[in-house]
Design a protein around this ligand. Structure first.
Ligand SMILES: CC(C)(COP(=O)(O)OP(=O)(O)OC[C@H]1O[C@@H](n2cnc3c(N)ncnc32)[C@H](O)[C@@H]1OP(=O)(O)O)[C@@H](O)C(=O)NCCC(=O)NCCS
Length: 147
């Protein structure tokens, strides 16, 4: 398994397909709903986990969200690969990228079901945030990237 940036059109197709499959399809959201307006912005940095056979098994992105601050969004690991450290490695990759750019804080809005995952990685809850699709409560979380 390797973590790298998506590069080709095929990479991005697989990247968005997995984001849709994990984060949108289970709630009957239409294809295309997985895209964010700033996905193609030059300041948005994407990462994907690729299995040894070339299958994309995990995705995530990060973008600048304030002075010294980045926000991680759309973290998704294929269900067959949960619990094998893929999510953790994606987060470490994005945090290391952001820290190397000089950012000192990372925030995210976590689904309630993923709060414990982010807590294991050092994030703390700031406050409840939005409720997605009317049924998925989210919590704003933060972590210092300063060494
Ligand atoms: C949440 C998610 C990204 C975690 O990815 P993953 O690859 O399964 O997680 P990892 O294997 O890297 O887990 C790292 C640690 O967190 C723990 N963990 C993972 N998911 C957890 C969860 N939902 N609740 C509690 N602990 C969790 C793991 O047991 C592991 O602990 P360990 O180091 O003590 O063994 C993945 O389950 C997923 O894609 N879920 C559906 C989509 C989603 O909720 N995305 C986040 C949107 S905010």
């Amino acid at each position: 398994m390797t973590i790298r940036q998506p590069r080709s059109a095929a990479d991005f197709a697989a990247y968005y397909a997995l984001r849709y499959q994990v984060l949108r399809q289970p709630w009957q959201q239409p294809p295309g709903s997985e895209r964010a307006a700033d996905d193609e912005a030059p300041t948005t940095h994407h990462a994907m986990a690729v299995a040894d056979d070339g299958t994309v098994i995990g995705v995530a992105r990060v973008h600048p969200s304030g002075p010294g601050q980045v926000q991680v969004r759309a973290v998704a690991v294929h269900p067959n690969w949960h619990g094998r450290g893929i999510g953790q490695q994606l987060m470490m990759y994005l945090e290391e990228y952001a820290a190397a750019q000089g950012f000192t804080e990372c925030i995210l809005d976590s689904r309630e079901s993923a709060v414990a995952f982010y807590q294991k990685l050092g994030y703390e809850i700031v406050a409840p945030s939005h409720t997605l699709f009317g049924v998925i409560p989210h919590f704003r979380m933060r972590k210092s990237l300063a060494v």
